[in-house]
Design a protein around this ligand. Sequence first.
Ligand code: AR6
Length: 181
Amino acid sequence: MKDRIEVVVGDITQMQVDAIVNAANTSLLGGGGVDGAIHRAAGPELKEECRKLGGCPTGEAKITRGYRLPCRWVIHAVGPVWHGGTQGEEELLASCYRRALELAEEHGVRSIAFPAISTGAYRFPKDRAARIAVREIRCFLEAHPTIEKVFLVAFDEEMRGFYEKALEDEGLLRAKNDRDT
Ligand code: AR6
């Protein structure tokens, strides 16, 4: 399991994987942050396909092709806006990860990269989001061998630290010399 979840720092649009996950909004028509970066890199055809999907509820995900991105698929997951934790935000975020992984598996994805959904414009606390991501991904991978590799893409060192702490707490942090190579 340690080899199947890896933290990297960088831009998710550059990832050489079968699928990347987008932190979208319910319209699926694009926005700022990672959503904007994905739409810019994929080109206008992505928005055309998204337009046909008719939006997506919070906690759910929908899949499109990747167009000019190096990945074959983009899985658009809609995370919750953080309102203090009293409105089911944690469960909605967990649901995003599960639904994205289910769609990936249904499409034969073997490698997938996630951004830290909801931790930017939607203000979800980063340490909690990292713990939820690691827990849900681990749980799914244990039951589903098709997905060989999951990358947790941190956009900065702070987020990398939260992911590494969450992995360490689950006994999933790889040895430092493995991580540096
Ligand atoms: N690669 C990887 N991670 C990134 C990138 C990138 N290129 N760019 C930003 N991040 P956000 P949300 C990180 O705001 O909180 C959009 O307008 C960023 O540092 O993109 O789910 C949508 O349309 C942060 O840790 O998504 C929605 O309206 C994480 O990605 C809304 O924002 C998520 O930040 C969704 O908000």
